[in-house]
Design a protein around this ligand. Structure first.
Ligand code: ADP
Ligand code: MG
Ligand code: MG
Length: 211
């Protein structure tokens, strides 16, 4: 079973819902090691995407949905995360251009392109205590699952589980990118907010594939 536009729009709705639910938690995380606006930034962005969803053409394909997310996040989310997630969705859209149905290879390609876009834009490496520490294991898990013949749902489940572990792995780290890098050792013991929102978005992607 492949995933189509309905999955993509369900993913947007689930993302908006889970970001709204976790708005305060993301703010709290960003207050510890940043400027406290990450929950606000993400909620503003995904609320704006949600409002535009009904304006999609009837014949929209998943790439159109991903592009809508990209352009909306870039124009409405301030801070570091707007252009980073915006680039992620833009590259993800490019990876599945012209495809009405997404198979396992396409799903894995979406995640890889998203991660590569964030790296291209933000130049973070593994262990820098950024969202990349959630994206990297997610991409690896998705590729491994795909190589083992997993279904689209199983690939997204593997990615979400790995992203959760990756987000937790940021807690003991000293940050080398973003605002948290100004804190030195004081960042130790706090989870990176962008890694947390990444896990929420990838969990939403998997949950949307189950319905
Ligand atoms: P700002 O820090 O500008 O207020 P946000 O609070 O919305 O923006 O987003 C902060 C998150 O952005 C961090 O938790 C981190 O995951 C991510 N981030 C910051 N800089 C980078 C970077 N260079 N590469 C990858 N992710 C980054
Ligand atoms: Mg912030
Ligand atoms: Mg800010």
């Amino acid at each position: 079973m492949t995933l189509g536009t309905e999955w993509a729009t369900d993913w947007v709705r689930a993302s908006a819902a889970v970001i709204a639910e976790n708005r305060v938690e993301l703010i709290t995380l960003d207050r510890e090691i940043g400027d406290g606006d990450h929950g606000e930034n993400m909620d503003r962005g995904f609320s704006a995407v949600l409002a535009k969803l009904d304006g999609l053409a009837d014949d929209a394909i998943p790439a159109d949905v991903l592009k809508l997310v990209a352009t909306t996040l870039i124009s409405t989310v301030g801070g570091a995360s707007g252009p980073l997630f915006g680039t992620a969705y833009l590259k993800a859209a490019g990876a599945v251009a012209g495809r009405a149905e997404l198979d396992g290879a396409s799903v894995a390609a979406i995640l890889r392109a998203a991660r590569d876009g964030i790296v291209l834009r933000g130049k973070a490496e593994a262990g820098d205590k950024t969202m990349i520490d959630a994206w990297n294991p997610a991409v690896e898990a998705a590729d491994a699952a795909h190589a083992n013949g997993a279904s689209e749902l199983e690939i997204l489940e593997a990615a979400a589980t790995a992203a959760a572990e990756g987000a937790a792995s940021t807690e003991p780290l000293i940050a080398r990118k973003g605002r948290a890098s100004y804190l030195g050792e004081r960042a130790i013991g706090h989870r990176d907010p962008g890694a947390q929102s990444t896990l929420l978005l990838l969990r939403a992607a998997a949950d949307s594939a189950r319905n």
